[in-house]
Design a protein around this ligand. Structure first.
Ligand code: HEM
Length: 433
């Protein structure tokens, strides 16, 4: 095994194509270099661990002896807001997830998401119209957007940045609408969300105390911002999730602090992930023009395409925050209680023991039980929304952009290793329908 492979995986220089590193890693399904984390990279092992009740997502269960030198960070979460249910084990996890699910109607009927379809269609249409008209309504994204539309002649023939002009503003608009967070506040909360998304990455080079403080400050500011909104919604409820969660009554409801942590989790998760699924999707389709052509002719193909994308280019590449509650054995390796573990979802998705010809993007794949949205009790809460958004986005971009082509391949990538995706995706096209 190559030395320093984990450092290489975290190195931004390898962000555009980490898959050869994962292939190397899979030669040792449970990799441990003596002092770092236990890194699990094969499909069956990861899937099993995601369903194993002996694994904890709670930071406090990591022992000092199991400290992760690559992580280099003290957990800052507890100091400001309590951990969100993403970082809690049962029974607390289950209680909070169930309460969060309430506004969506009975379990497994994502009623509210379905009812968002109209909004979703309209938002996609408006964003593509704006690109065609050379205007932009993504507001101040804090995402580095110039706020310009195409830099061409208004017919959509100029340069288009798919990230700033479409795949970032679209899910942000949708999560704001779902929660009841004003879209025009995006410039404020984007900075906090960005900091918190980056804090998911292990960072060996950062000063742990400094990093903990930055994370803590961002959580606190986001918490205070959301507290103001929740206060308003308590006085003057609207038809949104914040109002409904804030209205929970009696013993079976969230405390204010739990509500703030949950709202922060939803805002960040709905903000920093789907952008990458849509951008990775466009990039993959532009690299596979036959598939783009098929989607243009048959929009229904967006459903299997998005599933294959979640396997092939998953926006959440790894889960670096699990730890065993007791000593466990995985693939012949004993992982001691409290040791840090990384579960490499993107590597499991390319495991040839599980998927035939895994490095091939094949939307016709019959069996695509990927790990892109996790699995087990923490599997993605926002999965119905994420899927719907990506399906709609890709089928409409395919339908409306005439002869789109990449101007830069590979595109520049965001710094993040966990939430991986292009920072910009510059394309040209001959027109917009
Ligand atoms: C959990 C991926 C979009 C809310 C997760 C997990 C993954 C994931 C891999 C498992 C985390 C773990 O096991 O520790 C994604 C991807 C998305 C996406 C790839 C977009 C393409 C969303 C959206 C929302 C959301 C739009 C909010 C509406 C959540 C929440 C959890 C979660 C609340 C925690 C679930 C729990 O701990 O029970 N997501 N997600 N996600 N996701 Fe997503």
């Amino acid at each position: 095994m190559k030395q320093g492979i984990l450092t290489d995986i975290l190195d931004h220089a390898n962000r555009a194509n980490p898959y050869p590193l994962y292939e190397e890693l899979r030669k040792t399904p449970v990799y441990h270099d003596g002092e770092g984390p236990y890194v699990v990279s094969t499909y069956h092992e990861i899937h099993g661990l995601l369903h194993d009740p002996r694994l904890s997502s709670e930071e406090r269960n990591r022992t000092a002896g199991g400290a992760d030198p690559l992580a280099g960070e003290e957990e800052a979460e507890g100091a400001t807001l309590p951990p969100s249910f993403l970082k809690l084990d049962p029974p607390e996890h289950d209680r909070l997830r169930r309460l969060t699910n309430r506004p969506f109607g009975p379990p497994h009927s994502p009623h509210r998401i379905e009812s968002m379809r109209g909004n979703l269609d309209e938002t996609v249409k408006n964003l593509i119209d704006d690109i065609a008209n050379g205007t932009s309504r993504n507001g101040s994204s804090g995402n580095g957007s110039s706020g310009n539309g195409t830099s061409g002649n208004g017919a959509g023939t100029g340069r288009i940045d798919i990230v700033d002009q479409f795949s970032y503003p679209f899910p942000v608009t949708m999560i704001c609408r779902l929660l009841g967070v004003p879209r025009e506040d995006e410039a404020r909360f984007h900075v906090w969300a960005d900091t918190l998304a980056s804090s998911l990455d292990p960072d060996p080079s950062a000063d742990p105390a400094e990093r903990a403080k930055v994370t803590q400050d961002a959580r606190m500011e986001l918490g205070m911002y959301l507290a103001g909104l929740i206060e308003e919604r308590r006085k003057d409820p609207r038809d949104d999730m914040l109002s409904q969660l804030a209205a929970g009554q009696g013993d079976d409801s969230m405390s204010t602090m739990e509500l703030l942590s949950t709202a922060a989790l939803l805002l960040i998760a709905g903000h920093e992930t789907t952008v990458n699924l849509i951008t990775n999707g466009m990039l993959t389709l532009l690299r596979n023009p036959d598939e783009l052509q098929r989607l243009r002719a048959e929009p229904g193909l967006a459903v299997p395409m998005v599933e294959e994308l979640l396997r092939f280019e998953p926006p959440v590449q790894m889960l670096p925050q699990r730890t065993p509650l007791v000593d466990i054995e995985v693939h012949g390796v004993t992982i001691p209680k409290g040791a840090p573990m990384w579960l490499m979802l993107a590597s499991g998705n390319r495991d040839p023991q599980r998927f035939e010809n895994p490095d091939h993007f094949d939307p016709d794949r019959r069996d695509v039980q990927h790990l892109g949205l996790g699995s087990g009790i923490h599997s993605c809460f926002g999965a119905p929304l994420a899927r719907l958004e990506a399906q709609k986005a890709l089928s409409e971009l395919a339908r409306r952009l005439e002869n789109p082509r990449l101007l830069e391949d590979p595109p520049p990538y965001r710094q993040n290793a966990v939430l991986r995706g292009p920072r910009h995706l510059m394309i040209a096209c001959d027109g917009i329908r």
